[in-house]
Design a protein around this ligand. Structure first.
Ligand code: TRP
Length: 325
């Protein structure tokens, strides 16, 4: 008898060079879900099209995201791991759901408004982004969608659309629950702002060692003298803490309160810790990138597993809406 596992689903933006913020903020937690849930995880290259219009950039980012995830421990045997566009049924569902998505609801999307404010040109892809995301979630009968606070509204839109659909056509779609990670740690970059590619303040994970070293050594510190107690609400303290367990954090805390601590020494330690922590993953990634056939084959297996579930739901949906005549 098999125990019914919850289906946990998440889409990942293929956004270029992976950094500590991505890893500790989202990826490590995501990969853990595969141990006790039915994890569905995919690279959202259709969503990426809303901002990336360069063919090679999209291809490179997609395959790099796949390599990153596989290197960090995504296990295609335990989970279903694929590239979004390999299951194009999701675009059909997007169209069907568009007819359930009120324009008023969509206009209240804060992420759309933010993007326009940041200077992105408004186009229908950006505007429909949450409908495509709803289709991602509903096509696979997801129970739980773990997201950061910034995606909470997208989950509300998804539920709203799904309820409207079910009220119209019968109980076809599973209404998903968001799992909002309340303690989403804001991981600071080397300048103290949120670590983000767009701020150029990241510590990359898979770059050459000297690049990682340079980033770590340039973490912003204050001018506290060697024998003064030090401020812990600072990027060096917070980034270092990511690598520590409760006991380790306590020790670091004490060191910050005790005279004699040099920031320079701490940065060297942090660099060594970073390399030590990620070296098995770095080796795995190097090895995978020499065997791209294996990587493509793995993605194809994921595509087949995901397609089977997608076909099950899309058939029900086509029947319910009258498209199958
Ligand atoms: N919008 C999400 C983000 O920017 C990515 C995403 C696309 C997603 N489809 C999804 C997340 C489905 C969860 C479920 O991070």
């Amino acid at each position: 008898m098999s125990i019914h596992k919850k289906r946990v689903l998440s889409g990942i933006q293929p956004s270029g060079k992976l950094h500590l913020g991505n890893y500790f903020g989202m990826m490590s937690r995501m990969i853990e879900y595969q141990e006790s849930n039915d994890l569905f995880c995919f690279i959202v290259n259709y969503h990426a099209l809303t901002t990336i219009h360069d063919k090679n950039e999209l291809k490179d980012n997609t395959i790099n995201a796949a390599l990153d995830f596989l290197a960090l421990g995504m296990d295609p045997e335990k989970s279903t791991f694929w590239v979004q566009s390999d299951v194009p049924q999701v675009t059909e569902l997007t169209w069907l759901l568009s007819n359930m998505a009120g324009v008023g609801l969509m206009e209240r999307s804060t992420s759309y408004k933010d993007k326009i404010e940041k200077g992105l040109k408004p186009h229908m892809g950006l505007f429909s982004y949450p409908v495509l995301m709803a289709a991602d979630i509903l096509l696979y009968g997801s129970d739980i969608v773990p997201v950061g606070k910034d995606q909470k509204q997208h989950l509300e839109i998804t539920r709203d659309i799904a309820i409207k659909f079910n009220n119209t056509y019968g109980d076809i779609l599973i209404i998903p629950e968001a799992s909002i990670n309340q303690d989403t740690k804001l991981i600071p970059g080397i300048d103290g702002q949120k670590m983000s590619k767009s701020y150029g303040n990241t510590i990359p994970i898979f770059a050459e060692e000297k690049i990682i070293k340079k980033a770590v050594m340039s973490i912003l510190t204050d001018s506290a003298g060697i024998n003064e107690p030090k401020d812990k609400d600072t990027p060096l303290f917070q980034i270092y803490s990511m690598f520590l367990d409760t006991e380790g954090k306590k020790l670091l805390n004490d060191r910050y309160d005790t005279p004699g601590l040099r920031y320079g020494d701490l940065k060297k330690e942090l660099f060594e810790k970073t390399i030590e922590y990620f070296s098995p993953f770095r080796e795995k990634r190097a090895q995978l990138s020499k065997d791209m056939d294996f990587v493509y084959k793995t993605l194809e297996i994921g595509k087949n597993k995901a397609s089977e579930v997608a076909d099950h739901y899309i058939t029900k949906i086509r029947n319910a809406t009258g498209l199958n005549y």
